[in-house]
Design a protein around this ligand. Sequence first.
Ligand code: AMP
Length: 284
Amino acid sequence: MDVTGEIGEVRRLVAAARQRGCGIGCVPTMGALHPGHVSLVAECRKRVDYTVLTIFVNPTQFAPHEDLNKYPRPIEADLAACRAAGVDCVFMPEISSLYPPGYDTWVTVEGMSSLLEGEFRPGHFRGVATIVAKLFNIVHPDIACFGSKDYQQQSLIRQMVRDLNQPVEIVVCPTIREPDGLAMSSRNVYLSPSDRETAVVLSRSLRTAEQALLSGERDVAAVEARMRAELESKPNVRVQYAVIRDPVTLQPLTESQPEMVGLIAAYVGQTRLIDHLTIRLPRS
Ligand code: AMP
């Protein structure tokens, strides 16, 4: 496995792999790897012969009050996980090589960037779209694998690729969960033992919403109120949003429809968590 922080070097390695006839896959991450990330590598390796995993805690997607400085960076464990997963190349650039002094170009996906996560994390998706576009320009992958865990992020990336005619296929992989249902996340390490127990309420309340809709509830506002009430029944949970939306546009719904997505962002103690569930109603 090659490990480099140099843009020129990763380009050289990818070009050499392409020369050998390999398809190229990219798995962008911020490190602190867990089985969710590893599942993306496994999917990537099924589809291409050369997998580049990037580790970069991208400062431009964090607001000043967010957790950029305390974000976990267990680099040795991450490299061991990459080796075990069969990654071919780890690209882990310095901030100064991706954002040198004078850096001034940004990618903004309009509309999608101001909803939901965008409302609570202004500027976040500008940072995400910009770094992913830059990584695509550096790695030139044929495919890139993302988790549906960050549901709005994968929608945004797919739209960016479509709108900018980027020649990369976006592969979206299912959310890997802990046995009790909590979506795996690098941020779960921030949870105290009691917050960790509480955190299962996110996935549970999404299941409650799904049950209500499957049982014939058509009033989306009523379902959203139930989700919020279940979340807020826990004293250390602070809800930012708990909604049922159209799965493509992420726009609000008044009535249920055959396919929907439930989306939650909530603080459990001091830790901000997100989760989602795609909800499909059987055809009548
Ligand atoms: P991050 O390191 O949190 O920026 O995530 C890097 C990639 O891993 C993103 O595409 C995430 O959606 C994906 N990811 C994070 N957590 C999970 C999970 N529990 N299951 C599947 N994919 C995940």
